[in-house]
Design a protein around this ligand. Structure first.
Ligand SMILES: C[S@@+](CC[C@H](N)C(=O)[O-])C[C@H]1O[C@@H](n2cnc3c(N)ncnc32)[C@H](O)[C@@H]1O
Length: 279
């Protein structure tokens, strides 16, 4: 594989549509708690161990970086990069508060990041879904991996299996969110195309697994869905996916709770798709 520092991606449309408002940052950390065990399984399958050097692409509020820092221990090192500086301040504050001194956060987009070929593990969670050219992003990410190191992604698949006992209001709201993501995100098929992106970037075929978060009325999905929809409301109304009155964002969580209690149905997340390959 060629290891020139010339990264190919630089698309000015690649901005983070959810923004980094207080609600969005709270949502990211709630989402991180919910996804932690799945991302940890990905990192362990990818062979993470003490002393490793890890790069977290699109680190946001720093949750994947902190998880990696825990797994590589004090002798390891984690670099978290994000192209938005506001959210990095929060990542620094949270990681300091949690006592990690083996993480460095850096404002950089993958296109401008210059530490090439030195990381044992390069990982991105929910970052490919924001790229207009997933293959170029995967190829650029691979350049940061040392020979013999691992490249890994945890992405979100918008296709969701139908369960026999759903909570209809929850599924309706998830449908609004899915439509908004399909229209506004640059790479809504990132999870479906994950293996394709590796192959098109001339990388080995990734090993993969998929899980979903499932729960009853006490599930974090009860807050995650309304919080995510709140961040996406400008898109939902602009594209006439649903009106503000229909969504009723301020009471949505309570209404889903009531519906879940009444129907005894299940709340189910979109499928989480993880893939990794040794380069
Ligand atoms: C959905 S958030 C995920 C945050 C974090 N990975 C997590 O799972 O909690 C995606 C983040 O990726 C960042 N991002 C998107 N494209 C990027 C790029 N090309 N280079 C660096 N950061 C990027 C965004 O600014 C945003 O903070």
């Amino acid at each position: 594989m060629s290891r020139s520092p010339a990264h190919e991606i630089a698309d000015p449309r690649d901005e983070y549509v959810l923004g980094h408002s207080e609600n969005e940052v709270r949502r990211l950390t709630l989402q991180a708690d919910m996804l932690r065990s799945i991302t940890e399984r990905l990192m362990r399958n990818a062979g993470i161990r003490e002393g490793m050097k890890v790069l977290d692409l699109g680190c946001g509020a720093g949750d994947v970086s902190m998880l990696a820092a825990e797994l590589v221990g004090p002798s390891g090192r984690v670099v978290g990069i994000d192209r938005v500086s506001d959210v990095l301040g929060l990542a620094v504050e949270r990681s300091k508060r949690a006592g990690y001194d083996n993480i460095v956060f850096q404002e950089a987009s993958l296109a401008t990041f210059t530490e090439i070929g030195t990381f044992d593990l390069v990982i991105g969670r929910y970052v490919l879904i924001h790229q207009s050219d997933g293959t170029s992003f995967v190829r650029a990410a691979a350049k940061c991996v040392r020979p013999g190191g691992v490249l890994a992604f945890h992405e979100l698949c918008l296709w969701k299996p139908t369960y026999p006992f759903p909570v209809p209001l929850y599924d309706k709201a998830l449908g609004w969110l899915t439509k908004a993501v399909q229209s506004a995100f640059l790479g809504p098929e990132a999870a479906d195309r994950l293996a394709m992106h590796f192959l098109d970037a001339d990388l080995p075929r990734p090993a993969m697994f998929s899980e979903m978060v499932v729960g009853c009325v006490e599930s974090p999905l009860l807050l995650w869905l309304p919080d995510t929809l709140r961040s996406m409301m400008p898109v939902v109304t602009r594209l006439n996916i649903a009106t503000e009155e229909e969504v009723g964002i301020d009471t949505l969580s309570d209404r889903i709770r009531e519906a879940a209690l009444e129907t005894k149905g299940l709340l189910t997340s979109p499928l989480q798709v993880c893939g990794w390959a040794r380069l």
